[in-house]
Design a binder for this molecule. Sequence first.
Ligand code: SF4
Length: 341
Amino acid sequence: MPRGNEIIAALNETLDRSITVMHICGTHEASISRSGLRSVLPSGLKIVMGPGCPVCITPQGEIDATLDLVDKGCIIATYGDLLRVPGSRGSIESCGGDVRVVQGIHKAVEIAEKTDKEVVFISVGFETTAPTVAATIVLEPPENFSILSCHRLVPPAMKWLLEQGEAKLDGFLLPGHVCVVDGYEGYEAFPVPQVVAGFEPEDILLALLMIVRQVKDGRHEVENAYPRAVCREGNVTAKELMYRVFEPCDVEWRGFPVIPDSGLKLRPEYARYDAQKKFDLEIRHVDKHSACICDRVLRGIASPTDCKLFGKVCTPRKPVGPCMVSHEGACKIWHLYQRER
Ligand code: SF4
């Protein structure tokens, strides 16, 4: 791989107009911010953030549904990042229920095996985490175990962003983690330059250069700047397992309306593990009322520092919105690395 300064020189030589590239991955944002990449890019090359943090895009209705499960006496098991995400009547952390932080679904199953109470795993994540959840469900955990599936699929959100045209995107950095599982075949229909990127600063710079070259040449293809981990078809076994257990469904994302086929629900043969069915839960839409602009940050049309609450009213200690909660959230990352700017 060429060295970072060589790629930056090539970017300066190649870029002949202003372009905007979106990434859809909190780990990309962390790497970009930590290494100060934006400060060394040509001024006409802008990187914006998309809906790449699975915790941030979990809508208030799904947090509220989790609180409904607490009211029904369930033990809630989930990742630590989700605990402080605000719903319309507080967060999971503040609900006073029996809430257990786990590292994965297997730990939630262990809890269910040791109790007679109902245990619900709040299952968030993109294509990266859904296969591990599927692998557990096919093993038929105990009957007092179920999941609230809050999974999301990346390509439908990209399609929505392109159709909306709000962020005027010239290309996408494709999320390396997601593409390890999903491959990149499913992105080839989108009429913009796209490059799969790894997570070192040089990986991201190289992917940006490949996008800039496509723009200059008038091409739109999917290229792979992360071949050491990603191939076109992805992990076929993991995908087969994921779609054996889940099927796509229409769901809302925080900051987005309902996006067709962008969620994953359990197939009817696994309905006994579906907490939404088991407890007759309704996932309600909640209108946004606060001054938080996470919705605009997640759609690439605002930066964390555009928010008047950033770093003043809203901090990692007292987050107002989900983007300040998760370690993959843009506001928390910018608070950590870019406050001075
Ligand atoms: S700084 Fe806080 S309130 Fe503002 S957009 Fe980010 S999370 Fe929302």
